[in-house]
Design a protein around this ligand. Structure first.
Ligand code: GAL
Length: 387
């Protein structure tokens, strides 16, 4: 009976609304999200400063677009059930804040939860989906991240489909970001529901630490998302979570590795640091246009691991122009020489191919059969190989 009801409600909603906004997130979304750095400690000043810095530092120019406020902006509902923002932390109100972000030429994202409460026990959207979507549309919201705490026995597919329909009905195009941490295997069903879905638990600010909830450092999340490459593509991306670059838990080389690998994965690039107060080396990593071009390539393929020699790995992403982006990744604590062969790239072995270093921004010359490079410990060499 339960199954019948679920199939029926999915069919029914497909007939009535039945779509997400198309033409959005044709390349992985890029932006900033408040959670990794600020957690629940958000306010309008922080959001405005992030928007200012996104423009002022050149991040906007490099492609970053969305300013997303995560959990804790909301405190309750009014007598009519409308969601109410925290008036102490957001004294000017949400609409004014969204207008401010828009005035900078940026887009605004908001956070809610499919359950009765968010993960930080703020009001969730359960039972208020259409009303909340209408509110977001009236504020001018462009992006909704939708979490999965306090959902009891709810069915993920039905709940996310319901919010998709609510957003569609509200009539304002919004990117819909699913966040059930991969629990329901959204890559199997969410292609027509959301534009991106978290495929993992939360990222931790470290190389390879983990906790009892399965949250983990980026090298572990990389391994979890690696096998899902066939599910990602324009308008529907695997999301291995936001960036920890600039949050001081990673060395510079580890941050470069994290960023390079997220680009190879065609992962959404959501910066998670304090944009208004970052080191030049953090900014240099976040705005490496040649790495970003790999992430944003129009073909939209998630890269794959073509070689795994224990701590030494080779990752490859085919690009729209036929070239290949390659990351030589050294997980060990010593420098190592890592090789990629043309056969591993799907090229004939005998051809001479041009190699360009995407961090040194330099052509390295033409190579036959293979390319080898020294790679420092916990670092990468990222190249583009073209025929
Ligand atoms: C988690 C989510 C995080 C963050 C947090 C807020 O469930 O994975 O990215 O949104 O909730 O409470």
């Amino acid at each position: 009976m339960k199954k019948f009801l679920l199939v029926f409600s999915l069919l029914f909603s497909t007939l009535i609304f039945g779509q997400k906004f198309s033409g959005l997130a044709l390349t992985p979304p890029m932006g900033w999200n408040s959670w990794n750095k600020f957690g629940c400690n958000v306010n309008e000043q922080i959001i405005k400063e992030a928007a200012d810095a996104m423009v002022g530092t050149g991040m906007k120019e490099a492609g970053y677009e969305y300013i997303v406020i995560d959990d804790c902006w909301q405190v309750g509902r009014d007598l009519e059930g409308n969601i109410v923002a925290d008036s102490e932390r957001f004294p000017s109100g949400m609409k004014t804040l969204v207008d401010y972000v828009h005035s900078k030429g940026l887009k605004f994202g908001i956070y809610s939860d499919a359950g009765t409460k968010t993960c930080q026990k703020r009001p969730g959207s359960r039972g208020y989906e259409f009303q909340d979507a209408r509110t977001y549309a009236s504020w001018g919201v462009d992006y909704v991240k939708y979490d999965w705490c306090n959902t009891s026995t709810q069915d993920a597919r039905a709940s996310y489909t319901l919010m998709r329909d609510a957003i569609y009905k509200a009539g304002r195009p919004m990117v819909f970001s699913l966040c059930d941490w991969g629990q329901s295997k959204p890559w199997l069903w969410a292609k027509d529901v959301g534009h991106l879905w978290r495929a993992t638990d939360d990222i931790m600010n470290c190389w390879d630490c983990s906790d009892k909830w399965n949250n983990a450092g980026f090298t572990i999340l990389l391994d979890r998302v690696a096998g899902l490459y066939s599910y990602s593509g324009p308008g529907h991306w695997n999301d291995p979570d936001m960036l920890e670059v600039g949050n001081n838990g990673l060395t510079t080389s580890e941050s470069r590795a994290h960023f390079s690998l997220w680009c190879i994965l065609a992962a959404p690039l959501m910066a998670g640091n304090d944009l208004s107060n970052m080191y030049q080396e953090t900014l240099d990593i976040l705005t490496n246009k040649e790495a970003i071009a790999v992430d944003q390539d129009s073909l939209g393929l998630q890269g794959v691991k073509v070689r795994d020699d224990g701590d030494y790995e080779v990752w490859v992403k085919q690009l729209a122009d036929g070239s290949r982006a390659v990351v030589l990744f050294n997980r060990s604590d010593k420098q190592a020489n890592i090789t990629v062969t043309w056969v591993e790239l799907g090229y004939p072995s005998h051809v001479k191919a041009e190699v360009r270093d995407l961090w040194q921004h330099k052509n390295l010359g033409k190579f036959k059969r293979k390319f080898s490079s020294e790679v420092p410990s916990h670092d990468v060499v990222m190249i583009k190989v073209s025929l």
